[in-house]
Design a binder for this molecule. Structure first.
Ligand SMILES: *Cc1c(COP(=O)(O)O)cnc(C)c1O
Length: 510
């Protein structure tokens, strides 16, 4: 399988390795596979009893050439990546309300207790694999290839990247966050990782200041050339690929849970709390490959650009709002561009890759100059046939956490992101009124990571206590661990670059 950019009007053939290591195409577009593999129908029987790891292997094999990664190498990478998960199923499916046909797919059993681990554990091993191979081929005296990962975080992404890349050979990681503006638990999670290659920078300023200076580091061509600055953000193709596995795995887990008599007419809809559209995009690819998904539902918080688009055909950027589900606080959803490429290709793109790339490049130009673009009625209609959407307010988020706790026999506690999905699922169940339709709502984080909203929702219950009801032992221990934090008193390019150079020298890399 080779890859191409979503914005290109020229034929292209980029390797998997190049797509993963460079992240973004030179024309600013995102990498997509040259074609989406279609599975023969027999896979529904043949794959139904497979483990998470075996499914991951079968799926990834379609997207990575043997000549790039052999079967044995790919199996080793997958086994290593998911050995760090606490759950045997890796991403277990639990019935939350079997009467309503509502199930939760728990994606938070990785090292940082949020869904980004599913992808970043794999991406970290993949980076190391590619670098080790490159460096093994070097002659004596030639300098080693390194990657310097630089990123800004408002919480979740930073810790998942750190846990994915800790202790990886030839990779160094610099994560910037605004001092005092992330939760203590998130700070402890990142800064308690003491490996030499991990650098946690607490920067005086806002999240935007951090993000701006990171962009400047990427824009500094000379610096980039010397230190091979890399990103592991949500547009990296390997993240999307790794996430496809849990859609298949969830489908088969559900099939094994429901009574034999219900299997003939059963339909499944996935509801996904969305921000950058990376999580749900993996579901779109699974559906395209042939997994029988009836519908994919985008659940947004008050940052609702996707919900507004799916009603109007206008992709209209507005200011980002702070909500109770901060990992979904975005003003544009970067991965949506990949989905749109397919919708355009099948409508006014005339089934032509090059014409599709040209149309999409125009839309993206409009987005950056005018803050808005509008697709054709045909493209909108096709998009609506694949995706449904909903917008959920802060008040509804809290109410759903409260009601789920009260109405489940085991007092199930939702994190606020998952609650956005569950609110959407319950709305859909009420309007569908179809007992053959099963809902799988994706659970993207452990509630311990978002204590203030969870406490706000549940402190009225007399038996509830955050320490006893929510906080896992492993996270409790974080508070007493030593932390490695570099305090930085400004978000200037010069300051950040000199810290990177200094720390790389300490690691013996420059
Ligand atoms: C990143 C994140 C999301 C949003 O996922 P996207 O791929 O950006 O749509 C939802 N919930 C949590 C907890 C996250 O960390």
């Amino acid at each position: 399988m080779s890859y191409r950019s979503t914005r290109s009007s020229e034929p292209q053939s980029v390797s998997f390795e190049e797509a993963v290591i460079t992240g973004l195409a030179t024309d600013g577009g995102l990498f997509i596979p040259a074609e989406v593999p279609k599975l023969p129908e027999s896979f529904l029987k043949e794959w139904s009893g497979l483990s998470f790891e075996a499914l991951a292997f079968n799926i990834m094999r379609f997207y990575i050439k043997q000549s790039e990664i052999s079967d044995d190498e790919l199996k080793t990478l997958i086994a290593k990546s998911y050995s760090t998960f606490r759950a045997k199923e890796v991403t277990p499916l639990v019935a939350i309300d079997s009467q309503k046909n509502l199930y939760l797919l728990e994606l938070f059993h990785g090292p940082t207790y949020a869904f980004k681990d599913v992808a970043l554990q794999f991406v970290g091993n993949l980076f190391e694999f590619f670098l080790t191979r490159k460096n093994a081929a070097k002659k004596a005296g030639e300098s080693r290839d390194i990657i310097t990962v630089v990123g800004a975080t408002s919480g979740d992404t930073g810790s998942a990247a750190i846990y994915g890349l800790r202790n990886k050979k030839d990779v160094s990681v610099f994560i910037l966050y605004p001092t005092g503006r992330i939760s203590p638990l998130q700070e402890q999670q990142m800064a308690s990782v003491l490996d030499d290659n991990i650098h946690t920078l607490s920067v005086k300023g806002t999240f935007d200041d951090c993000q701006d200076v990171v962009k400047k580091v990427f824009g500094d061509a000379e610096f980039n050339q010397k230190y091979h600055v890399g990103a592991v953000n949500s547009i990296n193709w390997a993240r999307i690929l790794a996430q496809m596995t849990y859609y298949f795995h969830a489908y088969f887990q559900l099939l094994n849970k429901i009574p034999e008599a219900e299997k003939a007419d059963f339909k499944v809809k996935f509801v996904v709390p969305s921000g950058n559209f990376g999580d749900i995009l993996a579901g779109f690819y699974a559906k395209e490959m042939g997994l029988p998904i009836e519908e994919l539902v985008v659940a947004t918080n008050e940052n609702d650009i996707l919900d507004r688009f799916l009603h109007s055909g206008k992709y209209d950027k507005v200011e980002v709002k702070e909500t109770y589900s901060p990992a979904m606080d975005i003003c544009v959803s970067s991965n949506f561009e990949r989905f749109l490429w397919y919708m355009i290709k099948r409508t006014n793109g005339g089934n032509d890759d090059l014409k599709t790339g040209a149309i999409l490049a125009e839309y993206m130009k409009d987005l950056s100059s005018k803050g808005i673009f509008e697709v054709t009625p045909e493209t909108l209609k096709l998009s609506q046939s694949v995706l449904d959407s909903a917008r959920v307010s802060n008040e509804e988020t809290v109410k759903t956490i409260k009601e789920t706790y009260a109405n489940t026999s085991n007092n199930y506690i939702l994190d606020p992101h998952t609650a956005v999905g569950v609110t959407t699922s319950l709305r859909k169940i009420a309007s569908d009124k179809d007992s053959n339709t099963k809902y799988i709502s994706l659970s993207t984080a452990h509630p311990a990571k978002f204590s203030s909203v969870v406490n706000q929702a549940l402190s009225g219950f007399s038996e509830y206590s955050f320490e006893k009801s929510v906080l896992p032992e492993e996270l409790k221990k974080l508070a007493s661990l030593p932390l490695k934090i570099k305090l930085v008193d400004n978000a200037e390019l010069k300051t950040i670059e000199s810290i990177i150079v200094e720390e790389l020298a300490k690691e013996g890399k420059n």
